[in-house]
Design a protein around this ligand. Sequence first.
Ligand code: ADP
Ligand code: MG
Length: 694
Amino acid sequence: MRPEILFPLFKPVTTLPGVGPRVGAVIEKLCGGGRLLDLLFHLPTGIVDRRYAPKIAEAEAGRVATLTVTVGRHAKPHNRRQPYKVEISDDTGRLTLVFFHARDDYLAKTLPEGETRIVSGVIERYGDSLQITHPDHIVPVEEREQLLRAEPVYPMTAGLSPKTFGRAVLAAIEATPELPDWLDPTVTQREGWPGWHDAMNTLHHPEAQADTEPDAPARRRAAYDELLANQLALALVRRDMRKVAGRATTGDGRIMDRITKALPFKLTPSQVMAVAEITGDMAAPERMLRLLQGDVGSGKTLVALLAMARAVESGAQAALMAPTEILARQHFATLEPLANAAGLSIALLTGREKGKTRDAILADLAQGTTDLAVGTHALFTEDVAFKDLALAVVDEQHRFGVHQRLAITAKGRKCDVLVMTATPIPRTLMLTAYGDMESSRLTEKPPGRAPVDTRAVPNDRLTEVVDGLTRALATGAKAYWVCPLVEDSEKIDAAAAEDRYAHLKQVFGDRVGLVHGRLKASEKDAVMDAFANGPLQVLVATTVIEVGVDVPDATVMVIEHAERFGLAQLHQLRGRIGRGAKPGTCLLLYAPPLSETARARLKILRETDDGFRIAEEDLKLRGAGELLGTRQSGLPTFRLADLAHHGDLLAMARDDAALILNRDADLKSDRGTALRVLLYLFERDAAARTLRSG
Ligand code: ADP
Ligand code: MG
């Protein structure tokens, strides 16, 4: 349960003075949450220094100045195009305030003639007079001191004034309790870090631009807190999984041999290595928790099958779980013939197997007549029981969280876990997503793959692209046409894809199919099947649906608005083609002008096909939350930490977490109690619940 001391931080922002439902809703959207802590974690990115308070005669053009002035004459415009002007003065000179499209009544009220006001804004020189166009602040004299400060600048959104937001943040800080410090005092001293409460206060009251930079002490402290919560949570979950004693799964290689003999090719060296690492782990008495990383098409599925075969050799069962229905079916289709060739019985279980069919599948799993099960998370719902599950393979594609991993392991009392990811993960991110998990990497592609020619094309050349596609289709080629996520809304994405579909249908007629996340599973399957085996040659798709489907003879990939995708995502999409012997073409359509980052991304893609290198570059180029697909990726996103700058803190947090649990396994000491607060503060509730109550 969340500690009481944190309750104020989890209250809705609408409990703050001056924040009604409308403002509350805007804040929620802006900050990714509508609670006080969401406000606190929305950090300023810079400052406007309002402390420069000269007399008018000394005011330098180009600077932000805060002036104490007497309001003079109002000069109303004769028409809407002219600005409204107000003269102001002090004992050294005069200056003009300029307003376009101003409301007369508002200006009359804010700037009453003859009164003293404090005005702050950028001083401009206009001819030989000075002016301020649209002052940022006009306040009564009493508020002078409040205004004369370094004003934090927040990432903002429409419908919210910086003033309202600033007030809400201050009120949130006011309501923030002093929390017991969870950091080791020697560390905070060595690093020169403030306490948590001070850090929050400093971050929202920056004195200089430097205070808002990633290397400011308060910022590093806050980042460290977040990373420590992440590492501690992972360490706890991992420990929880390991609590259950493992089993030694061994075998004589008889079934594995039958499978490799049935293959028309030889395993690649990294497949051989991965199989050895995995079966080595399985044979050890501890539980396995291993990651199998490799590019799309690098042959992970086969490695997984061999590991599953080893489980069967030992007399037990194995299961493979895919993130989507389509992928589960595809895995099943790939594995079934190989399993049969090796004399294994294999079953498919997804949400679509119902009634008697499902009952029969469940009975076979429970009796152990089924050796291998492939499915979606339906495999791990309550009423599914295995006779003896020794290995669970999770084809993750980044979609599952820690929760699902826990659910799986509850099924086989001692079952080993192998997680497959199609996008290679940079080492730093690996640590945040999986902690110290062991990993095997498939670094080379199976031989005989033709290269993919990758080109970036501005989208005003769409007609040429369509012409090119026409020629390719005439030779029997198959093409994916990917429409990007437009917003966080499947509805809108689907609409964009539907528009493109309608357009391409006019050109290509019945050879075009459409698949997106809003179709029913059966409809999706029908379209996919028609693309893989039937008359469809062009498949228009959103990324929401797994393009992760194997159509080996597809050779063309068109990606619209490629500039909106992350590198890793583009690489993954591209991996869908060039799987066979025919060379592929990948066209990255973009809307100019490209940002520098987008340009860099497209360049790297043209240069390399090495997923591991791309993953590292992706991390370097990734602007926080800037990319589509980052959000969806399932990789943890940090609110205070920025791995491009705080990578050193991550390693430190990992070591710290290990040391903490070594010394105080149940977090029962004073520091332990404070660390529990930290876990709940960063909403690692599931991990905190693995602890015995304190
Ligand atoms: P991944 O799961 O990593 O995306 P798959 O296991 O689906 O990759 O393999 C992609 C394709 O490559 C499959 O058609 C598979 O049969 C084939 N393949 C796998 N390993 C090899 C190999 N060593 N040599 C040749 N082809 C291979
Ligand atoms: Mg595969």
